[in-house]
Design a protein around this ligand. Structure first.
Ligand code: ASP
Length: 439
């Protein structure tokens, strides 16, 4: 069995965390390919090494002295190196980094050193081969990931290795210039490696034991989700809950590789499995409840709208031209409503209103702001009756006024619009009816 294991920044923030990680890797010899992030925060208020590195680059660009800042980063690695007493020459590594910065190595190169150095240390501690992703993760010159080129160079370099440490977050373009993924991108590296080595499992180790049914800031101690499908996760993540980088999903999903979200601080906890499909039933009919505040509804009314061909297209084109993506479009016979993010909308409000007048000549345009959307997601809904009934009974008991209802055609989710001020009450009411009373 081949497991690709990725450890996030908080899992590798200092020597104490490194110890846990080393134990986890050593406890299972299938954990052959290890993807480290850069050291994250050790305590709340601490700095992530990646942020410190971006700061070093900023100082360099402003023509200021960055040596103290770089020395503070070096201390973070010294603490880890000395705890394990491994022969990694940090003095030389940091000299090289400073030289490269001065000779114009670029922002992505500087940011990538966080992962690079953690990889050097971890490989030395474990006795695994170190593979520099600059050799095997290929980017196009425009900074986009080049899957086809990676497919060619990665497998022959990595597949035959017994085990390896491959730092996350970066690679290089064909000219050899280091390029990073977007923030949190070590997940993406992990998922690419998992795909290229045909892994049986991708473990993503972090500081939470997987997905919770809902936001713990709203419901105290919510239940954990033991299995979730990629589709359910997408529905929930777009509503705010995210444990895995979005771009990490495609390489895994396209190969049907399951992901296990695990907690480095509680290695016994089985965490959450993310799978392509499963016949295992969710414990509570619903899998999760996500949501976001801050939407505006733009309702357009026009007599005989239903017989006007092209009305919807022309209306939505106004939003497109303003660069606004819409969330939902509930409609009635003579009304069409568009839900958009409030902050984005406010920047283009008058452009959109006049655009609508020009495009569809409406009888009335009405705005309502400070709305929240709640997604109740679950593969179990399809096979059960009464799910919607229970949701709305719970909301009516909690005296929440429902502004909008949208059941996705996949029957995987029900989206509910409420006022921002009812957001938390609504989520608690839905959680209670499904999880606490287990109806
Ligand atoms: N170290 C990078 C960041 O802070 C990448 C990662 O941690 O995944 O964004």
């Amino acid at each position: 069995m081949i497991k690709v294991v990725k450890f996030g920044g908080s899992s590798l923030a200092n020597a104490e965390q490194f110890r846990k990680v080393v134990d986890i890797i050593r406890s299972d010899e299938d954990r052959r390919f290890v993807i480290p992030s850069a050291p994250g925060k050790r305590f709340s208020g601490d700095e992530k090494v990646t942020d410190m590195l971006y700061d070093v680059f900023r100082l360099y660009e402003e023509g200021k002295d960055f040596t103290d800042r770089l020395a503070a980063i070096r201390e973070r690695y010294e603490e880890i190196r000395s705890a394990f007493d491994v022969p990694v020459d940090l003095e030389r590594e940091f000299e090289t980094i400073a030289e490269n910065i001065r000779s114009g190595a670029g922002r992505d190169y500087v940011a990538s050193r966080g992962e690079y150095l953690n990889g050097r240390l971890l490989a030395a501690i474990l006795g695994f081969e170190f593979v520099d992703p600059a050799e095997i993760i290929v980017f196009h010159e425009d900074g986009q990931f080049n899957m086809a080129a990676t497919d060619k160079v990665l497998p022959p370099r990595v597949k035959q290795l017994k085990n390896a440490v491959i730092p996350g977050f970066y690679g290089a373009d064909t000219t050899g210039r280091v390029v990073t993924f977007s923030r949190g991108g070590s997940d993406v590296t992990g998922s690419i490696i998992a795909r290229e080595v045909n892994a049986d499992l991708y473990e993503n180790w972090t500081d939470v034991s997987g997905f919770l049914v809902t936001d713990p800031h709203i419901v105290e101690n919510p239940e954990k989700i033991s299995i979730i499908t990629y589709r359910e996760m997408r529905e929930l993540s777009y509503m705010g809950a995210s444990v895995l980088h979005e771009d990490a999903i495609f390489p895994l999903r396209s190969e049907g590789i399951p992901v296990n979200i695990r907690n480095t601080n509680e290695p016994e906890d089985p965490g959450t499995m993310i799978v392509e499909t499963t016949c295992s039933k969710p414990k509570y009919t619903i899998t999760g409840i996500g949501g976001k505040k801050g939407f505006v509804s733009v309702t357009v009314e026009k007599d005989m709208m239903n017989s006007e061909i092209g009305f919807g297209r022309r209306l939505l084109q106004v939003f497109e031209e303003a660069g606004l993506s819409f969330e939902h479009t509930p409609s009635g016979i003579d009304t069409f409503c568009v839900y958009v993010n409030q902050e984005d909308f406010e920047k283009h409000e008058q452009q959109v209103i006049s655009g609508i007048h020009k495009a569809v000549n409406p009888d009335l345009v009405e705005l309502e702001s400070d709305l929240a959307l709640i997604a109740v997601v679950g593969r179990g809904m399809k096979a059960n009756f009464g799910t919607a009934g229970r949701i709305f009974a719970a909301l009516s008991h909690a005296r929440v006024n429902v502004k909008m209802i949208d059941q996705g055609s996949s029957e995987l989710n029900i989206i509910i619009g409420v006022q921002n001020r009812d957001f938390e009450t609504a989520i608690r009411a839905i959680y209670d009816i499904f999880v606490l009373t287990q109806l």
